[in-house]
Design a protein around this ligand. Structure first.
Ligand code: 9MG
Length: 355
């Protein structure tokens, strides 16, 4: 495996004061420069479908002297700069506002401008640092929405959110919608196609100065769940996101403006989703903040039942904690108040009550 690529999955995670002490003693390394540290890592070498894995302590990783490993470690351990002006020292909740008649969880509930604005304000009050406004459902099986229709749904809502104590994100695959949203005050472009759907999106993202979430999806929403296949879902999603970050940077989007998202539920089976969630820490090797969106997705039902999306809330909050416990910086959720409470209990138990 002479030209084998390296991937590192930080494991043996420590939190708070224990983490800080272990880092100071040289027994652990910080995860994304935050309050979580890792004492060991799985070193995966090879190409998806043909890899070998070895376990290393943090100390052995640092003293290996191998250049590729050192640069990967630097990306994993470096402190992330603020994203869209937000500090990332604790998980940020991104509250979902779907201005659509057909979204899988809340389709039709907030599809008038007024209802969407009221809902966004409630989510901000409940503790959402980001409000993600979308006018095109990308749930499995959904049809694409015409540009004019999407503009009509999204732009008046974003205009109505001026003054809200939260950063506004626009969930769109269209450059024109991103541009119109930016003019009305949106600061983040959340693109589930990682800027591949619209040929103008890369340029638009570079020029508007929006922060960008690049998400992995296999296939189009209409058919993506038909038969998703991977040799190695975790490494393939990592490679894809790494490549899209590279393309974005080449197009003029500074690295500090990019976050990455493995795209749970987008062209993935239950096993794929669980593998991605379990390997969240490996994605810190991308060197950018991580966003995880598990909220109310069908894979939760696959594990434990939960017929309708809103009955998947306990599983959604468990998934959010799994991601946060591996250092994911942004969590995309429907129930902000519930997620906040779940995270607060987890945080108090591992970092202490005052944190
Ligand atoms: C729009 N949308 C639906 N699910 C999502 C997810 O998991 N991540 C991101 N970034 N956007 C999503």
């Amino acid at each position: 495996m002479a030209s084998a690529k390296l991937y590192l999955r930080p494991i043996g995670l420590l939190y708070g004061a224990t983490a800080a002490e272990a880092v100071a003693e040289g027994l652990a390394l910080p995860l994304a420069g935050g309050p979580i540290a890792f004492t060991a890592a799985e070193l995966i070498e090879g190409v998806p479908g043909n890899t070998r894995m070895r376990l290393f302590t943090a100390h052995a990783l640092v003293s290996s002297g191998e250049a590729d490993l050192a640069s990967l470690l630097a990306r994993i351990t470096a402190k992330r700069p603020p994203f869209a002006g937000m500090a990332l020292d604790r998980p940020v909740l991104m509250g979902i506002v779907n201005v659509t008649p057909d979204s899988f969880s809340d389709g039709g509930l907030f599809d008038t401008k007024e209802a969407a604005i009221v809902h966004a304000a409630e989510l901000a009050t409940a503790g959402a640092g980001i409000i993600d406004v979308g006018g095109e459902s990308t749930r499995p099986g959904s049809d694409a929405v015409d540009e004019t229709e999407e503009l009509d749904r999204v732009v008046p809502v974003i205009a109505g959110l001026a003054g809200l104590p939260a950063i506004i994100s626009v969930d769109t695959r269209k450059a024109s919608v991103a541009r119109a949203a930016a003019k009305k005050g949106a600061k983040i472009l959340n693109d589930v196609s990682a800027l591949t759907h619209d040929p103008h999106s890369l340029r638009e993202a570079a020029e508007t100065g929006l922060a960008v979430v690049l998400m992995h999806a296999q296939g189009e929403p209409k058919t993506m769940q038909d038969n998703p296949r991977y040799e190695d879902v975790v490494l393939e999603v990592f490679d894809y996101l790494e490549a899209r970050i590279g393309v974005g940077v080449q197009a003029g989007i500074e690295r500090s403006r990019i976050a990455a998202d493995p795209g749970l539920g987008f062209g993935k089976t239950l096993a794929h989703n669980l593998a991605l969630l379990a390997h969240t820490s490996l994605f810190h090797g991308l060197g950018v903040p991580l966003l995880i969106g598990a909220s109310r997705k069908r894979f939760i039902q696959g594990v434990s039942g939960g017929e309708g999306p809103s009955s998947r809330e306990p599983g959604s909050q468990a998934a959010a904690i799994v991601a946060a416990a591996q250092g994911a910086q942004i969590l995309r959720v429907h129930d902000v108040a519930g997620s906040r409470q779940a995270l607060a209990v987890w945080r108090a138990s591992v970092f202490g009550i005052e944190n």
